[in-house]
Design a binder for this molecule. Sequence first.
Ligand code: PLP
Length: 467
Amino acid sequence: MAMRYISTRGSAPALDFEGATLTGLASDGGLYVPESWPQLAPDDIADLAGLSYAETAVRILAPFVAGSLGESELRSLCETAYGGFHHQAVTPLVQLDSRNWLLELFHGPTLAFKDVALQLLGQLFERFLTGKDTHLTVIGATSGDTGSAAIEAVAGRDKVDIFMLHPQGRVSDVQRCQMTTVLAPNVHNIAIEGDFDAGQAMVKAMFGDSDFAGRFRLSAVNSINWARIAAQIVYYAYAAVRLGAPGRRIAFSVPTGNFGDVFAGYAAAQMGLPVEQLIVATNVNDILHRALSTGDYSVGTLTPTAAPSMDIQVSSNFERLLFDIYDRDGGAMAQAMQGFESSRKMVLDDNARSKISGLFSSKRIDPDTMALTMRRTAEHCGEIVDPHTAIGLAAAHDSDLPTDVPIVTLATAHPAKFRDAVERATGTRPHLPTHLASLFDREERYDVLPADIEEVKAYIAERATPA
Ligand SMILES: *Cc1c(COP(=O)(O)O)cnc(C)c1O
């Protein structure tokens, strides 16, 4: 049976998987979610034991893509997407002590977990656009990790152009070179003379300009895109069966920014995987911790940290959780989100909070605890972890779950991606893996533009292919 996707704000048309993948944001401003959660029986979960990562992906994703892709097509896309990872297990589990595990999600081309979803999304774009008389223009603003993962996913593809805005001088050298040394003709890097918010605001304005958005068929690759969330459900299942599911319950600690990764864990639980708890780990930019612990979902001021991919104020994917919490009432959600967008705050009532606290807990980790966790993990377990992962681990160590529940912390970035912060905390400077060892010797290509929407639009219009 074909899976349909509905908007969290109730009035955009329902779409199939292909439509939801190519669209990104729903036309009513909401996010697409599956009309119902596919169910895995205990036997289905037991059958995942021993399967490869790609084959696990086929089993988990099949119900989500039904109606848009057949099983053998899905299999070939998954095999291609995950064949390029630099570890045979794709997302290996590493044991730290009797109950703590790391799930290493950084063995893709750009060293962050975003590759797991974006490598598949690149394949899906190609599959859904081939043979059609249309062309897609991906635009995005990045503070680092999303940009390179998205560029790697679509570089060299026929029917897609990508324009990625990064704040000039405010991304790390590794992050910049991972974007700007990709010289495929469909990749356009723009360094904006401004901060990340300036880039983000221009991207939003371009999506809001329906003439411009329609002319170039603008598409999003950030985690508002449902296909990204779906792809991330797979590794929760992959890890859980290796640690004893369906017979044993597992907790996950998730370094969280935009709530995409941890929402995939929620989806895994809704599908029947035995998830004991999802620990939402935040840094000092703690809107989610405040929302989950006290109901105060209000936007504060952004503090830059050594875990920049978690430096966010508004977590787009939280809307997907609220939609379920508010019994999937799109009208009520539209009203609540409009209120939030104008006042920058929302209060979660006791009923909503008690529904959330059944599955979620949260922790706010300060910079000292983060650094200490990096150092202790190196000393006691011989593992060098990146700042984002350290925040997840610190939250796991603080957990009050019974000691027989294994806790899997998602290792979201390779330590070499944030080597200055890692060196400061541990005294060890992590090396880039061999496939990136020559990164700084490669030719870079990018243009610098002022933070001026008209100039950026003119730049894109000159280079993009109309739909
Ligand atoms: C994007 C990112 C996160 C946050 O993930 P969300 O899905 O936005 O919550 C955490 N760690 C790293 C390294 C990231 O790149």
